[in-house]
Write a protein that binds this ligand. Structure first.
Ligand code: DER
Length: 213
């Protein structure tokens, strides 16, 4: 059906969760693009941090108060998209190349709300898993990881090299551990269910709400 409508409905529902005085983490991507105007329309006194320059610029244009993520040791809520969501709440993120900052924001937020259209729901996660690698020793890092290919936008705003893991996925928890433990991997796009509070899924003209335990 209309994926854009589903993205907008999920984003508008998430915007309602933000309250006066909150510090808010803003994700990156085309679903979050619907969140920003919905949030701005509420004219709340809130402080926002952005997970990409694109989000920063648009949020500023919308009149949201966006500031660098310094001097803030936690966020009340963060709202972000995802590329894939599995039945227990594992996410694959990083399609927009922003997963390093998105994971930092997710980890710092009291409540992490994921907004997706229904096409993002999968029974089983699939590769590629986005990666950010340090350039130093990158060939040795790639050799330890297995099938890793460099992607379109090679350099991240934090100076790392953006790539994708195309090897066997198997159990997401085991792969997430192996990716995190491999020296030279700055971050990867597997976000565990423990990181997620709520998943708002646009479905036709409804929004299904999944609370992740
Ligand atoms: O890059 C990212 O992690 C984005 O959040 C991505 O996963 C979702 O982008 P979309 O809302 O444009 O599909």
């Amino acid at each position: 059906l209309h994926i854009e409508t589903e993205k907008r409905l999920a984003a508008e529902a998430a915007a309602e969760l933000v309250e006066e005085g909150m510090t808010v983490g803003l994700g990156t991507g085309s679903t979050v693009a619907y969140l920003l105007p919905a949030l701005a329309r509420r004219k709340l006194e809130i402080s926002c941090v952005a997970t990409s320059l694109a989000t920063f610029d648009v949020a500023r244009e919308m009149g949201l108060r966006v500031q660098p993520f310094t001097g803030i040791d936690h966020l009340d809520i963060a709202i972000d998209g995802a590329d894939q969501v599995d039945p227990v709440g594992w996410l694959v993120k990083g399609g927009g190349g922003a997963h390093t900052r998105e994971k930092i924001v997710a980890g710092a937020s009291q409540r992490y709300v994921v907004i997706v259209s229904s096409n993002k729901l999968v029974d089983t996660l699939a590769v590629p898993i986005p990666l950010e690698l340090l350039a130093f020793g990158i060939d040795a890092t790639r050799c330890q990881l297995g099938d890793v290919r460099l992607t379109h936008a090679p350099i991240s705003p934090d100076g790392g090299v953006l790539a994708g893991y195309f090897g066997p996925l198997g159990d997401p928890a085991k792969l997430a551990c192996r990716l995190s433990a491999t020296p030279g991997v700055v971050s990867h796009g597997l976000f565990p269910p423990t990181m997620v509070s709520d998943i708002l899924v646009g479905h036709g003209n409804q929004v299904n709400w999944r609370h992740v335990d």
